[in-house]
Ligand binder design. Structure first.
Ligand code: TPP
Ligand code: MG
Length: 168
Protein backbone atom coordinates (compact mmCIF):
# COMPACT_ATOMS: atom_id res chain seq x y z
CA UNK A 1 0.00 0.00 0.00
CA UNK A 2 2.85 2.35 0.77
CA UNK A 3 3.87 2.44 -2.89
CA UNK A 4 0.42 3.71 -3.87
CA UNK A 5 1.34 7.02 -2.26
CA UNK A 6 3.99 7.73 -4.89
CA UNK A 7 1.98 9.72 -7.40
CA UNK A 8 3.57 11.65 -10.21
CA UNK A 9 7.02 10.80 -8.92
CA UNK A 10 7.91 8.74 -11.98
CA UNK A 11 9.04 11.96 -13.69
CA UNK A 12 12.15 12.10 -11.56
CA UNK A 13 12.57 8.68 -10.05
CA UNK A 14 12.23 5.10 -11.16
CA UNK A 15 9.75 3.16 -9.10
CA UNK A 16 10.02 -0.56 -8.52
CA UNK A 17 6.77 -2.14 -7.54
CA UNK A 18 5.79 -5.67 -6.82
CA UNK A 19 2.32 -6.22 -5.43
CA UNK A 20 1.64 -4.04 -2.44
CA UNK A 21 4.77 -4.93 -0.57
CA UNK A 22 6.48 -2.93 -3.27
CA UNK A 23 10.21 -3.14 -3.27
CA UNK A 24 11.27 -6.22 -1.34
CA UNK A 25 14.92 -6.81 -2.25
CA UNK A 26 14.54 -4.73 -5.42
CA UNK A 27 16.19 -1.68 -3.91
CA UNK A 28 19.39 -3.60 -3.15
CA UNK A 29 19.75 -4.72 -6.76
CA UNK A 30 18.84 -1.23 -7.96
CA UNK A 31 21.53 0.33 -5.77
CA UNK A 32 24.19 -2.13 -6.97
CA UNK A 33 23.10 -1.70 -10.60
CA UNK A 34 23.14 2.09 -10.42
CA UNK A 35 25.87 3.02 -7.94
CA UNK A 36 25.77 6.70 -8.95
CA UNK A 37 22.10 7.05 -8.02
CA UNK A 38 20.33 6.67 -4.69
CA UNK A 39 17.93 3.77 -4.16
CA UNK A 40 15.09 4.50 -1.74
CA UNK A 41 12.82 1.76 -0.42
CA UNK A 42 9.47 3.10 0.79
CA UNK A 43 8.28 0.18 2.86
CA UNK A 44 5.48 -0.83 5.18
CA UNK A 45 6.24 -1.99 8.70
CA UNK A 46 4.95 -5.43 7.73
CA UNK A 47 6.78 -5.80 4.43
CA UNK A 48 10.16 -4.65 5.75
CA UNK A 49 10.13 -7.52 8.21
CA UNK A 50 10.19 -9.98 5.32
CA UNK A 51 13.67 -8.86 4.36
CA UNK A 52 15.17 -6.40 6.79
CA UNK A 53 18.01 -8.78 7.66
CA UNK A 54 19.34 -7.68 4.28
CA UNK A 55 20.43 -4.48 6.01
CA UNK A 56 23.58 -6.44 6.81
CA UNK A 57 24.20 -6.82 3.06
CA UNK A 58 24.04 -3.05 2.79
CA UNK A 59 26.45 -2.60 5.67
CA UNK A 60 28.93 -5.17 4.35
CA UNK A 61 28.80 -3.82 0.80
CA UNK A 62 28.67 -0.17 1.97
CA UNK A 63 25.51 0.50 -0.03
CA UNK A 64 24.00 3.94 0.67
CA UNK A 65 20.31 3.11 0.09
CA UNK A 66 17.59 4.51 2.34
CA UNK A 67 14.70 2.59 3.81
CA UNK A 68 11.72 4.77 4.71
CA UNK A 69 9.21 2.81 6.79
CA UNK A 70 5.61 4.09 6.80
CA UNK A 71 4.88 2.56 10.18
CA UNK A 72 1.14 2.24 10.90
CA UNK A 73 1.51 -0.78 13.23
CA UNK A 74 -0.76 -2.77 10.93
CA UNK A 75 -0.70 -4.98 7.86
CA UNK A 76 -2.66 -2.04 6.56
CA UNK A 77 -3.80 -3.26 3.18
CA UNK A 78 -5.21 -6.45 4.69
CA UNK A 79 -6.72 -4.49 7.63
CA UNK A 80 -8.46 -2.20 5.12
CA UNK A 81 -10.20 -5.14 3.45
CA UNK A 82 -11.29 -6.50 6.85
CA UNK A 83 -12.54 -3.00 7.69
CA UNK A 84 -14.58 -2.50 4.52
CA UNK A 85 -15.73 -6.01 3.61
CA UNK A 86 -15.67 -7.93 6.91
CA UNK A 87 -17.30 -5.52 9.36
CA UNK A 88 -13.99 -4.53 11.01
CA UNK A 89 -13.43 -8.04 12.34
CA UNK A 90 -9.65 -7.72 12.45
CA UNK A 91 -7.63 -10.90 12.38
CA UNK A 92 -3.86 -11.28 12.12
CA UNK A 93 -3.23 -7.66 11.11
CA UNK A 94 -2.29 -5.86 14.33
CA UNK A 95 1.45 -5.26 14.46
CA UNK A 96 1.66 -3.42 17.79
CA UNK A 97 4.33 -5.97 18.76
CA UNK A 98 6.64 -4.59 16.06
CA UNK A 99 10.34 -4.54 16.94
CA UNK A 100 12.10 -1.22 17.45
CA UNK A 101 13.23 -0.63 13.85
CA UNK A 102 15.79 2.04 14.79
CA UNK A 103 17.52 -0.34 17.19
CA UNK A 104 17.29 -3.14 14.62
CA UNK A 105 18.96 -0.95 12.01
CA UNK A 106 21.75 -0.12 14.42
CA UNK A 107 22.13 -3.80 15.34
CA UNK A 108 22.85 -4.43 11.65
CA UNK A 109 25.49 -1.70 11.60
CA UNK A 110 23.24 0.75 9.73
CA UNK A 111 22.04 4.19 10.80
CA UNK A 112 18.54 4.29 12.32
CA UNK A 113 16.41 7.45 12.63
CA UNK A 114 12.92 7.89 14.04
CA UNK A 115 10.42 10.42 12.71
CA UNK A 116 7.36 11.09 14.86
CA UNK A 117 6.42 14.55 13.60
CA UNK A 118 5.68 15.75 10.05
CA UNK A 119 8.07 18.71 10.48
CA UNK A 120 10.99 16.39 11.14
CA UNK A 121 10.84 14.48 7.88
CA UNK A 122 12.64 16.87 5.49
CA UNK A 123 15.68 17.55 7.74
CA UNK A 124 15.77 13.85 8.61
CA UNK A 125 15.85 12.81 4.94
CA UNK A 126 18.59 15.37 4.31
CA UNK A 127 20.52 13.87 7.20
CA UNK A 128 19.95 10.38 5.81
CA UNK A 129 21.21 11.37 2.36
CA UNK A 130 24.48 12.63 3.80
CA UNK A 131 25.40 9.09 4.81
CA UNK A 132 27.08 7.50 1.79
CA UNK A 133 28.94 4.54 3.26
CA UNK A 134 26.02 2.39 4.35
CA UNK A 135 22.21 2.16 4.58
CA UNK A 136 19.98 4.47 6.60
CA UNK A 137 16.57 3.42 7.91
CA UNK A 138 14.00 6.09 8.81
CA UNK A 139 11.08 4.79 10.89
CA UNK A 140 8.13 7.16 10.31
CA UNK A 141 5.05 6.96 12.53
CA UNK A 142 1.92 7.41 10.37
CA UNK A 143 -1.85 7.25 10.98
CA UNK A 144 -2.79 3.74 12.07
CA UNK A 145 -6.09 3.23 10.26
CA UNK A 146 -6.05 5.36 7.12
CA UNK A 147 -7.58 3.62 4.11
CA UNK A 148 -6.18 3.76 0.60
CA UNK A 149 -8.30 4.39 -2.50
CA UNK A 150 -9.27 3.72 -5.24
CA UNK A 151 -10.03 0.06 -4.61
CA UNK A 152 -11.75 -2.59 -6.73
CA UNK A 153 -13.59 -5.22 -4.63
CA UNK A 154 -12.52 -8.82 -5.22
CA UNK A 155 -14.06 -10.35 -8.33
CA UNK A 156 -15.55 -7.07 -9.57
CA UNK A 157 -14.76 -4.79 -12.47
CA UNK A 158 -13.56 -1.21 -12.87
CA UNK A 159 -17.22 -0.17 -12.90
CA UNK A 160 -17.42 -1.13 -9.21
CA UNK A 161 -14.32 0.86 -8.27
CA UNK A 162 -14.57 2.41 -4.79
CA UNK A 163 -13.29 5.91 -4.02
CA UNK A 164 -12.54 7.33 -0.61
CA UNK A 165 -14.40 10.28 0.87
CA UNK A 166 -11.70 12.71 -0.30
CA UNK A 167 -11.59 11.37 -3.85
CA UNK A 168 -13.78 12.26 -6.81
C1 TPP B 1 5.48 -11.84 0.27
C2 TPP B 1 4.05 -11.36 0.48
N1 TPP B 1 3.34 -11.83 1.54
C3 TPP B 1 2.07 -11.40 1.75
C4 TPP B 1 1.50 -10.48 0.89
C5 TPP B 1 0.07 -10.00 1.10
N2 TPP B 1 0.07 -8.61 1.55
C6 TPP B 1 -0.25 -7.59 0.68
S1 TPP B 1 -0.24 -6.09 1.44
C7 TPP B 1 0.14 -6.81 2.93
C8 TPP B 1 0.28 -5.96 4.14
C9 TPP B 1 1.48 -5.10 4.07
O1 TPP B 1 1.59 -4.39 5.31
P1 TPP B 1 2.64 -3.25 5.44
O2 TPP B 1 3.92 -3.65 4.78
O3 TPP B 1 2.72 -2.85 6.88
O4 TPP B 1 2.03 -2.07 4.53
P2 TPP B 1 0.74 -1.17 4.79
O5 TPP B 1 -0.34 -1.79 3.96
O6 TPP B 1 0.44 -1.19 6.27
O7 TPP B 1 1.16 0.19 4.29
C10 TPP B 1 0.27 -8.21 2.81
C11 TPP B 1 0.59 -9.13 3.95
C12 TPP B 1 2.27 -10.02 -0.21
N3 TPP B 1 1.81 -9.13 -1.08
N4 TPP B 1 3.54 -10.48 -0.38
MG1 MG C 1 1.84 -1.27 7.81
Amino acid sequence: MAAEMITGAEAFMRVLREENVATIFGYIGAQIGRPDELAVDIAGDGSIQVCMQELSTGTIEKLPYEIIILNNSFLGMVRQWQDIFFDRRYSGVNLTGNPDFVELAEAHGAVGLRCTDRDEIVPMLEQAMEVDDGPVLVDCAVAKEENMFPLIPAGQSYEEIMHGADEA
